[in-house]
Design a protein around this ligand. Structure first.
Ligand SMILES: Nc1nc2c(ncn2[C@@H]2O[C@H](COP(=O)(O)OP(=O)(O)O)[C@@H](O)[C@H]2O)c(=O)[nH]1
Ligand SMILES: [Mg+2]
Length: 303
């Protein structure tokens, strides 16, 4: 019951997950929620929007915000949009999970730490990918030096691939959530709709299948999403930003796009427990990532 803004029986909060590209933020988000909410690849710039992952328990709701990797802004409009989305999520947060790589601190991490300090929000530092550090004694000096960089609530060495580590993070987060009302209904795992998530899974499979500069010029637009009795019909356009990339994405005799479509469909079946019919085509849209109108069409509205 709500009385005078006090919620004696319920706690809720927003937790921003930030860090440089490829630190493992989306992997952590998915592990915290126990579902694939956010796509993951070994390439930077996989996550391009702020995406909510909602954890609902009997007396608590933790709303995690997965963010695009933060970096000093340069270049195209899309990078500015991505950065802005990440910075905005810091400002509204009750808690920040700042993720860095166990193999070393970078200049980019300094930039992010500045944003964290400016936000004046309590912060837990997550040192991810400790599985890469074979000699654990190498970790101690690193932990010591990073602990001095900011007044962190905690500094946690971890791997987002190890469930006990994820549970530990969850416990620490629970302890920090203030009293507040339930923000999203039971059963809701993310703020993103089916269309967005379908587009993201398709983009993930494309990124995984492509090399060099092609993945960074990819955009996915969902043109049609139709619910028929036994399946969801999806019609999608894959945007590339130059002519030479079109053939690469389509592949010899259309084989690559077919393979990508197949693996996207399998995963979508899994995620949604529904059958999908996926139709994709590739379109060249020169330099769309630097074009405000094109960005809006793909759902980037945060710049
Ligand atoms: N070895 C190892 N790989 C990890 C760990 N956490 C994430 N990864 C991998 O790091 C890559 C980037 O992960 P992702 O979650 O997309 O990073 P993000 O850009 O910060 O969202 C993926 O290939 C993940 O599988 C970890 O603890 N150990
Ligand atoms: Mg990500």
């Amino acid at each position: 019951m709500v009385e005078g803004g006090v919620f004696p029986d319920y706690r809720s909060g927003m937790i921003a997950v930030v860090g440089r590209p490829n630190a493992g933020k989306s992997t952590l988000l998915n592990a915290l929620i126990g579902h694939k909410i956010s796509i993951v690849t070994a390439k930077p710039q996989t996550t391009r929007h702020a995406i909510l992952g909602i954890l609902t328990e009997d007396n608590l709701q933790a709303v995690f915000v997965d963010t695009p990797g933060l970096h000093e802004v340069s270049g195209k409009l899309i990078n500015k949009a991505m950065n802005k989305a990440a910075v905005a999520s810091l400002e509204g947060a009750d808690l920040i999970l700042f993720m860095v790589d166990a193999r070393g601190w970078s200049v980019n991490d300094d930039y992010i730490l500045q944003r964290v300090a400016e936000a004046k929000v309590p912060c837990i530092l997550l040192i991810n990918k400790i599985d890469y550090v074979k000699k654990k004694e190498q970790l101690f000096p690193y932990l010591q030096s990073v602990s001095q960089k900011h007044d962190f609530l905690e500094v946690i060495p971890m791997s987002a691939l190890k469930q006990p580590h994820v549970e530990r993070v969850k416990d620490l987060v629970r302890a920090q959530i203030p009293s507040g009302p339930q923000l999203f209904p039971d059963g809701m795992l993310t703020d993103r709709g089916v269309g967005f998530r379908v587009g993201e899974v398709l983009r993930e499979k494309l990124m995984l299948s492509l090399h060099d500069e092609v993945p960074y010029g990819l955009g996915v637009e969902i043109n049609v999403l139709e619910d028929s009795d036994d399946q969801l019909k999806v019609d999608a356009t894959v945007w590339v930003d130059r002519e030479s990339h079109k053939g690469i994405v389509v592949g010899k005799a259309g084989e690559r796009l077919k393979g990508v479509g197949r693996s996207a469909r399998l995963e979508l079946n899994n995620i949604f427990g529904r059958r999908f019919h996926l139709q994709t085509r590739v379109k060249v849209k020169s330099n769309w990532a630097d074009n405000a109108q094109a960005l809006r069409q793909l759902g980037y509205d945060e710049y």
